[in-house]
Design a protein around this ligand. Sequence first.
Ligand SMILES: N[C@@H](CCC(=O)N[C@@H](CS)C(=O)NCC(=O)O)C(=O)O
Length: 192
Amino acid sequence: MAAKPKLYYFDGRGRMESVRWLLAAAGVEYEEVLFETAEDFWNLIKSGKLMYDQVPMVEMDGMSIVQTRAILKYIAAKYNLYGKDLKERTIIDMYVEGMRDLNDMIMLFPFSLPEEKQKILNYILERATQRFFPVYEKEFKARVSKLPRIQKFLQPGSPRKPPMDDASLEAVKKIFKMDKSLFLQHVNIQIK
Ligand SMILES: N[C@@H](CCC(=O)N[C@@H](CS)C(=O)NCC(=O)O)C(=O)O
């Protein structure tokens, strides 16, 4: 039997959560290496397995795969969840890229500066409700949540991670040595 994929990340949703969802949808069991300190992360960097000294990283099939979308594409293609032809694949990519834009904003929000928070929150709410939610609410969410494996993943006790709380935010800041606002550096937006 092939070894289970091994996921390397901190103990939270972040960029790895979409990988967890996809593995759940594919019905694939996996192991997680969750680092808790900057030293744990540094040891992983020193192992030479992180192409860009960044996580998420997934070890599977003899590869150390980094870059979230590369990981997702590999798993989706391997488990036949990446469309039957180029057109279906493009539609899937359109959902994935939109979700990434939305997710980046939400994920990085806790790292914004206190004085910028309200302005950024207004921006996210406006974008989310006007631009992104309507797409996912048009049947897509209902269809996905009804998939038996996803239903299982959404039950308490599954490997799904909880939303970030203050304690995990502080832990992540320490692991990645973050002290300044990351929002505008990482998200390609202009807030007016
Ligand atoms: N484009 C990359 C971004 C990866 C990324 O920014 N990872 C963060 C954690 S979520 C990280 O490793 N930060 C440490 C650093 O950049 O030094 C991806 O999608 O995987």
